[in-house]
Design a protein around this ligand. Structure first.
Ligand SMILES: [Zn+2]
Length: 402
């Protein structure tokens, strides 16, 4: 190992909860330590939309996610590498993870054509014909300079048949071998400046046998970390929770386990109980921009008329700067008037909400009380969501009832 690697990547599992598979841990990265279980805010195209990095940092977040697909299209990894890498380009000194572009290619673009070498597709920006291969995904991510780079995988839709799921597992595994070859031995890229590590991604849809088969192949590669992919793509919540429960313990106990793109607070407590350490999701930022904020009692559509004269903060128990200063009535007004400040305040609150959730989860694990907290979170969240949807149904007779 080179002497220049002052702080190689490492995961140190900590206290294990007595009554579940939940554990505390620390990700030691070249850009600082991260306490797990952790939620990573999503910085899609080089920004966590509608907030500054100071505001992101103030929530307690120490790791963010960047989207390789978006950054490859604009401004391109060479430009970012020329500016000293993504950390310096953005002005974010904390840790960073980039996804592989696989998920975006399969979900955002048209005319996707998969072959053994890679994926051809059209850009969602201008329709330009583009192509991603495992090697290009690694080149882009290593150039961007994230501390954790994700393997290029093939995602299949929730309704894919067993043969299609199995083919995607095998192809993802062959692509993973190419990712490892491009990154370096053991999935560790020993660059002059700092070490980047590669996480493998488990596919297998909602088929337990495929999940098990892929986990066995993944573990053989002895990578620095592993992710559970291909979930939250339209399957029912019960199935999602079953698959999390099944998939997490299949991955090695001494490596970080990352559940990609999930989810609501009840999904997150369920996954932590199963032994998951890392999360990301666009929910808090995306919902905020359309006028929804998160509370322990479900979503609040704060732009709705019912909050017109509501002088209370979004959540009286929330320690965020928005709840300390502003009322629901004011935030509702901002959305009505299409003021930029509306999405900005809602995003800030939602990011705080997720960091508070994770702080609460870590404190509960330390006290061996996560099952109690999880029960409480699930009950309040589902009751709140039910009330909200009942309200929607009352206001729109014959309208959408879920
Ligand atoms: Zn708040």
């Amino acid at each position: 190992m080179s002497d220049t690697l002052a702080r190689p990547f490492d995961f140190a599992p900590g206290h294990r909860e007595a009554g579940s598979r939940a554990r505390l841990g620390t990700l030691h990265t070249p850009h600082g330590d991260v306490a797990t279980p952790v939620f990573m805010p999503v910085g899609t195209a080089g920004s966590v939309k509608a907030v500054t990095f100071e505001q992101v940092e103030a929530t307690g977040a120490r790791i963010i996610l960047g989207n390789t697909y978006h950054l490859h299209l604009r401004p391109g990894h060479e430009l970012v590498a020329g500016r000293g890498g993504l950390h310096r380009f953005l002005g974010w000194s904390g840790a960073m993870l980039t996804d592989s572009a696989g998920f975006q290619v399969f979900s955002l673009t048209d005319l996707v054509k998969v072959d053994e070498d890679g994926v051809s597709f059209r850009s969602h920006l201008d329709g330009e014909r583009l192509r991603f291969t495992p090697e290009l995904s690694m080149e882009v991510q290593l150039g961007l300079g994230a501390d954790i780079v994700m393997a290029f995988d093939q995602c299949v839709p929730a309704d894919a048949g067993p043969a299609e799921v199995a083919r995607a597992v095998d192809r993802t595994q062959r692509w993973l071998a190419r990712c490892v070859a491009a990154v370096g031995r053991g999935g560790r890229h020993r660059a002059d400046d700092y070490e980047r590590v590669l996480f493998g991604i488990m596919q297998g849809g909602t088929l337990p046998a495929e999940r098990r088969r892929h986990a066995t192949m993944l573990v053989d590669l002895d990578l620095p970390g592993y992710a559970i992919g291909g979930l939250s793509v339209g399957e029912p919540k019960e199935v999602l929770h079953e698959m999390i429960d099944l998939a997490a313990p299949l991955l090695p106990d001494d490596r970080p386990r990352y559940l990609m793109g999930v989810g609501y607070p009840d999904d997150i407590v369920t996954a932590v109980l199963a032994g998951v350490d890392m999360f990301d999701c666009v929910l808090p930022t995306r919902m905020a921009r359309t006028g929804s904020v998160l509370t322990w009692d479900g979503r609040m559509v704060v732009k709705n008329r019912e909050y017109q004269r509501d002088d209370r903060p979004i959540d009286a128990t929330c320690p965020c700067p928005v709840c300390a200063r502003h009322s629901r009535a004011y935030i509702r007004h901002l959305f009505q008037a299409r003021e930029l400040l509306g999405p900005m305040l809602a995003t800030q609150h939602n990011l705080w909400f997720y960091q508070e959730l994770m702080r609460g989860i870590r404190a509960a694990i330390a006290e061996d009380q996560l099952p109690d907290l999880a029960r409480d979170v699930r009950r309040r969240w589902s009751e709140g969501e039910r009330r909200r949807l009942d309200g929607v149904a009352r206001r729109e007779p014959g309208g959408r009832k879920r």
